[in-house]
Design a protein around this ligand. Structure first.
Ligand SMILES: CC(=O)N[C@H]1[C@@H](OP(=O)(O)OP(=O)(O)OC[C@H]2O[C@@H](n3ccc(=O)[nH]c3=O)[C@H](O)[C@@H]2O)O[C@H](CO)[C@@H](O)[C@@H]1O
Length: 367
C-alpha cells in the first residue's frame, strides 16, 4: 500500500466520538509514520481542543445537532448544514484523501456525506448498540460500517457491517503495572481505598449530586475519591477538593492512571466508557444516563450486568441502594473477583487494529 496514505477522520461533539477517532489515527501513524492525517470537527466543541492536544490538525465546521424543541440553533440548522457541506467539499478538494472515516456525532455528517458522493472511500464506526442519527443517515452511502454490538443489521445494510468493537486508546490496554505511578501522580493515600467517579466526557449532574450528598459517608468508611465532575459543573463542585481525601477534577487527561488508581469505579455507561472498563477489569457500578436516545446507556450497562460483569443502578434506585452497592464492590472479595473476571471476558482489545485492517483493505480495493 501507498506509504503515505491521506486520511480524514471526523467525529465529535463529545469524547465518545472523539477518542475513537484519535485511537484510529494513532494506529495509522504507527503503521504509516508518513501518513497525512486531518481531523474535521464542529467549531467550539470538545474536539477543537482534544485533537490538537493529541498532536493532529483539525478543521472546524459550522454545524450542530438538532434538538427536540424549537430553538434558534434549530432554525439555523439548514443554513449550517449547507455551509458545512460546501466547506467539506472544499476540504476534500484541497486535502484529496484516500479515505474518510466518521466516528459519529453531527460533526462527521457533512464531510463523510460529501466524500461518498465524490466517490471517495468511506467508513463509519458506530460505538453504540443503537446508532445515532448521523451514522444512520450516512449508512446508505458509506462503504463499510464497523460496529461494537450484534444486532445492528436492524439499522444498517447488513452487507456493510463488520463487528470490530470500539477503538480504545493504547495506553489503557495495560494498566496493571501503573498503580504506584497513579498513586503518586494523584497524590493519593496508599493505605486507603480509592473510588473513581466518572460522568462521561462531559460530566453527569445526577452523579455529582449523589457524590456530594455522600461525602460524609465516604469519609466515615475511610474511602478516598477521585471525582471527575465535568467542565460544566467544575465551578460548583471544586470547593469539595478542600476536604481531605476528595479530589474534584474537571476532566482527567491521564485516564490510564485514574483507572489504575481505582479500587472501584462509578461510571456513566457511554459506549466508550463501557469498552474501556471491560479492558480495565475492575469492580464497576454503572449509573446509566436516562437522557440519551432510546435509553442506549441502560442497554450498554445491562449487557455487561447480564454477564455478571458489573452492577447497575438506575437513577431512581440511587437513594435506596447506592451506599450498599458501592460498599459491596469495595469489601466483598468474592464479588470483586467474580465481577472483574467476567467483565474482562467481554473486552475487545484488538478493535482499533481490526478497524485499521478493514480501512486498509478498502483502500487497496477497486471499490
Ligand atoms: C450524554 C451522551 O450523549 N453520552 C454519549 C457520549 O458519551 P461520552 O462522550 O461520555 O463518551 P463515552 O462514555 O463513550 O466515552 C468517554 C470517553 O471520555 C474519556 N474521558 C472521560 C472522562 C475524563 O475525565 N477523561 C476522559 O478522557 C473516557 O476515557 C472515554 O474515552 O457518546 C457515547 C458514544 O457514542 C454514547 O454512548 C453516550 O451515550
Amino acid at each position: 500500500m501507498n506509504e503515505q496514505p491521506r486520511i480524514i477522520l471526523s467525529g465529535g461533539g463529545t469524547g465518545g466520538h472523539i477518542f475513537p477517532a484519535i485511537a484510529i489515527a494513532n494506529e495509522f501513524k504507527k503503521r504509516y509514520p508518513e501518513a497525512k492525517i486531518l481531523f474535521v470537527g464542529a467549531k467550539d466543541r470538545m474536539e477543537m481542543t482534544k485533537v490538537p492536544e493529541a498532536g493532529y490538525e483539525i478543521e472546524g465546521l459550522w454545524i450542530s445537532g438538532i434538538q427536540r424543541k424549537l430553538t434558534i440553533s434549530n432554525l439555523l440548522f439548514p443554513f449550517k448544514l449547507l455551509s458545512s457541506l460546501w466547506r467539506s467539499k472544499k476540504i476534500l478538494k484541497s486535502f484529496n484523501p484516500d479515505v474518510v472515516i466518521g466516528t459519529g456525532g453531527f460533526a462527521s455528517g457533512p464531510i463523510v456525506k460529501m466524500a461518498s458522493s465524490a466517490g471517495i472511500k468511506t467508513v463509519v464506526q458506530e460505538q453504540n448498540s443503537i446508532p445515532g442519527i448521523t451514522n444512520k443517515w450516512l449508512s446508505k452511502t458509506v462503504d463499510k460500517i464497523c460496529v461494537a454490538y450484534d444486532g445492528l443489521g436492524a439499522y444498517f445494510p447488513e452487507e456493510k457491517i463488520i463487528k470490530t468493537g470500539n477503538p480504545v486508546r493504547q495506553d489503557l490496554l495495560k494498566i496493571d503495572a501503573k498503580k504506584e505511578t497513579a498513586i503518586t501522580k494523584y497524590g493519593l493515600d496508599d493505605e486507603k481505598k480509592t473510588v473513581l467517579i466518572l460522568g462521561g466526557s462531559l460530566g453527569a449532574r445526577r452523579i455529582n449530586e449523589l457524590i456530594a450528598a455522600n461525602l460524609d459517608f465516604f469519609e466515615e468508611k475511610g474511602v478516598q475519591l477521585l471525582w471527575q465532575c465535568g467542565k460544566l459543573y467544575y465551578e460548583e463542585y471544586k470547593v469539595y477538593s478542600k476536604r481531605k481525601g476528595i479530589q474534584v477534577h474537571e476532566f482527567l487527561d491521564t485516564m490510564d492512571l485514574a483507572y489504575a488508581a481505582a479500587d472501584a469505579i462509578i461510571s456513566r455507561s457511554g459506549a466508550g466508557s463501557v469498552s474501556e472498563l471491560c479492558i480495565v477489569g475492575k469492580p464497576v457500578l454503572f449509573i446509566p444516563s436516562p437522557n440519551v436516545a432510546e435509553d442506549h446507556q441502560t442497554k450498554n450497562a445491562q449487557a455487561i450486568a447480564d454477564k455478571e460483569g458489573a452492577k447497575v443502578l438506575k437513577e431512581s434506585e440511587l437513594e435506596e441502594f447506592f451506599q450498599k452497592r458501592i460498599m459491596q464492590l469495595l469489601e466483598l472479595e468474592a464479588m470483586k473477583i467474580k465481577l472483574t473476571h467476567a467483565i474482562k471476558k467481554l473486552a475487545l482489545p484488538n478493535a482499533t487494529s481490526d478497524i485499521v485492517d478493514e480501512v486498509e483493505k478498502l483502500m487497496q480495493s477497486d471499490k
